[in-house]
Design a protein around this ligand. Structure first.
Ligand code: PXL
Length: 266
């Protein structure tokens, strides 16, 4: 029978990021995707494609999780954008209600449509309530700086130090993504397993951010873990899958392109 991969994340209405990217990734990697919506993000084309953000009612999130986890014996889950402390409460409670083989947390910290004050509460709640439940977490450079409390991450040693500090917050495995902002010609990620750090490199594909890259990477790790792949192999396959999707990116009327999950194979 097909392996099931579960995601609890936000909807992003252009389809480039969030649940839409996650479910395409799950499908492409041969898993049956199950999704719970935490919030609805609608970019605003009249305001420079800024984020309009609407949280889903916490009880409705709880209902979706109940439906999903009752329908299938899910044991691998990805956590994407949560967005509010109330959402974090309900998701943390649901996660604690059963055992999981893997909880992959993409620590999405900032959504432009949110008030800065609310965003700070959300960051704190994520750090306190969700990260300790993670087996794998995949911060980008900004999230790594925030979670590790480091002003600057500009060398591979900094990436490793950030990964170590974030592992101290609970997650067993940490993938810090250098992305396009990290100096140099390569997209450099560090995979830290609690004792050793492995450096993953691929040549940068252009220098512009591509929507959905972070979501796709974490979703691909999740799909691979759901199929029983070990964590190190899941991370390197996910990086290959995401790089292929960035090369074959989709262009629209937005100022940014989006990852095409159809480019990578099983
Ligand atoms: O890429 C981060 C992200 C995750 N989830 C949702 C988003 C975004 C960025 O826009 O909208 C729902």
């Amino acid at each position: 029978m097909v392996d099931q991969a579960y995601v609890i994340a936000g909807s992003e209405a252009t389809g480039g990021a969030g649940l839409q990217a996650d479910l395409r990734t799950f499908q492409q990697l041969g898993t049956y995707g199950v999704g719970t919506v935490t919030c609805i993000v609608s970019f605003d084309p009249k305001a420079n494609w800024g984020h309009r953000f609407v949280p889903v009612d916490p009880q409705v999130i709880a209902d979706q999780i109940e439906a999903a986890t009752s329908a299938y014996d899910l044991d691998v889950v990805k956590i994407g954008m949560l967005g509010t402390p109330a959402t974090i409460d309900v998701v943390a409670q649901a996660l604690a209600g059963q055992s999981w083989q893997h909880v992959v947390v993409d620590p999405v910290l900032i959504c432009k449509g949110q008030e800065p004050g609310a965003a700070l509460d959300t960051d704190t709640a994520l750090r306190r309530q969700i990260l300790p439940l993670a087996t794998v977490t995949t911060p980008n450079l900004f999230e790594a700086r925030t979670l590790a409390g480091m002003d600057e991450i500009s060398t591979v040693d900094d990436l490793i130090e950030a990964a170590r500090r974030i592992a101290d917050l609970g997650p067993r495995y940490v993938v810090v993504k250098g992305g396009v902002e990290f100096p140099g010609d390569d997209a450099v990620d560090v995979f830290f397993d609690g004792s050793d750090a492995e450096i993953l490199r691929a040549p940068k594909v252009g220098h512009a951010r591509v929507a959905g890259a972070g979501c796709t990477l974490a979703a691909a790790i999740t799909a691979e873990l759901a199929k029983g792949t070990d964590v190190g192999d899941a991370v390197s396959r996910a990086k290959e899958f995401t790089t292929a999707g960035i090369v074959e990116r989709v262009s629209g009327n937005t100022p940014f392109d989006a990852v095409w999950q159809g480019a990578g194979g099983r």
